[in-house]
Design a protein around this ligand. Structure first.
Ligand code: B1M
Length: 208
């Protein structure tokens, strides 16, 4: 049943996923196991294929939608079981930038890895990233930028996090088409990844 869930996730069949997840719950399979061996397993395959250019943005989006349908059924059970998320991140596109397709993909991949994500949306001020990380106790701040004119503002996120004294407990990840590893290093960010699947792997590594 769990491998069927994984397969239907990969095919992006939201209705089938929802039905199978309900059947798995009714069969008494623990919610955590359904999440990890069904939903997340399916998204892991999609993430890997996306990284290898075997599938593209539309396939990832439908798979993520299917995963969200299944996850919605599990959420109350996981909360009741006291199952903790693997970690918490806040994510947003940096101030002045309205591109959100890549940011949304990163969010979905992180969620697919069991990380709770607070989505701040687009055009997010550096102060908002830092304030959210403090108030919501995030381990990771994720900043996305698609414009060469907005990416320098990511440096302000790092600076403000330092000033707020949270640099020791919050990792800052950056990405987006114009961003490079050299740029990330130059502003003192903790990680740059060039695609959503690698971002999720990096986030898991930080949380563990
Ligand atoms: Co705009 N746009 N756009 N645009 N747009 C680009 C980025 C541009 C390269 C097009 C071009 O000129 N060739 C160019 C930027 C040039 C530059 O800065 N050097 C550009 C421009 C100039 C503009 C406007 C200024 C145009 C104008 O109005 N004159 C304007 C800016 C508005 C604003 O933001 N203030 C604008 C507007 C728009 C639309 C609204 C029309 C639309 C955005 C819709 C939306 O996002 N909801 C749009 C689009 C769609 C694009 C292109 C065509 C596609 C971007 C995209 O979604 N790619 C883009 C050209 C291009 O890239 N071919 C372009 C797909 C997405 C999956 O990739 O976001 O790179 P990406 O995300 C990847 C990775 O980068 C990574 O993971 C993702 C998947 O693996 N990643 C991360 C992303 N964030 C990450 C964070 C991480 C880690 C990895 O860690 C935290």
């Amino acid at each position: 049943m769990l491998s069927q869930i994984s397969e239907q996730i990969q095919k992006g069949k939201a209705k089938a996923v929802k039905q199978l997840v309900q059947e798995a719950i009714d069969a008494g399979i623990p919610a955590q196991q359904i999440l990890e061996e069904g939903l997340i397993a399916g998204m892991n395959v999609i993430g890997e294929k996306f990284r290898n250019s075997e599938v593209f943005v539309p396939e990832v989006l439908v798979a993520a939608r299917a995963m969200n349908m299944g996850a919605a059924l599990l959420k109350p059970l996981l909360a009741a079981d006291g199952v903790k998320a693997h970690g918490r991140a806040c994510i947003g596109t940096i101030q002045g930038d309205l591109h959100d397709i890549g940011k949304n993909l990163v969010k979905m991949m992180l969620e697919g890895k069991g990380i709770e994500v607070i989505d701040l949306g687009t055009d997010v001020a550096p102060e908002t990233f830092v304030k959210t990380a403090i108030e919501q106790d995030c381990q990771i701040i994720c900043c996305s930028a698609l414009l060469t004119t907005t990416m320098p503002l990511m440096a302000d996120v790092v600076k403000l996090a330092e000033e707020a004294g949270i640099r020791g407990k919050v990792k800052i990840m950056v990405g987006g088409a114009p961003v490079t590893a050299e740029f990330a290093a130059s502003i003192g960010a903790d990680a740059y990844t060039d695609d959503a699947a690698s971002a999720a792997d990096q986030a898991v590594a930080f949380c563990s």
